[in-house]
Design a protein around this ligand. Structure first.
Ligand code: ZN
Length: 67
């Protein structure tokens, strides 16, 4: 399993996704990601690793509701 973290600059949150999640699309996002909106961190080999990276953004850590 691969995990990615989406750091949302506008929403001030970091969301953990599985790589194959439709919202993640292996770190591409649904329609591409605009750098002014946020950025992807990853991939990570475990959810724990993704969680550490999400926490390191100092934003509120969320888990995706879809994956
Ligand atoms: Zn997801």
């Amino acid at each position: 399993m691969r995990y990615w973290v989406y750091e949302d600059r506008r929403g001030d949150r970091a969301t953990i996704h599985l790589a194959h999640c439709v919202h993640c699309n292996h770190g591409q996002g649904k329609q591409g990601t605009r750098p002014e909106n946020g950025r992807w961190h990853g991939p990570f080999g475990s959810r724990d690793g993704a969680h550490v990276a999400a926490t390191a953004t100092h934003r509120a850590v969320h888990r995706c509701g879809r994956c």
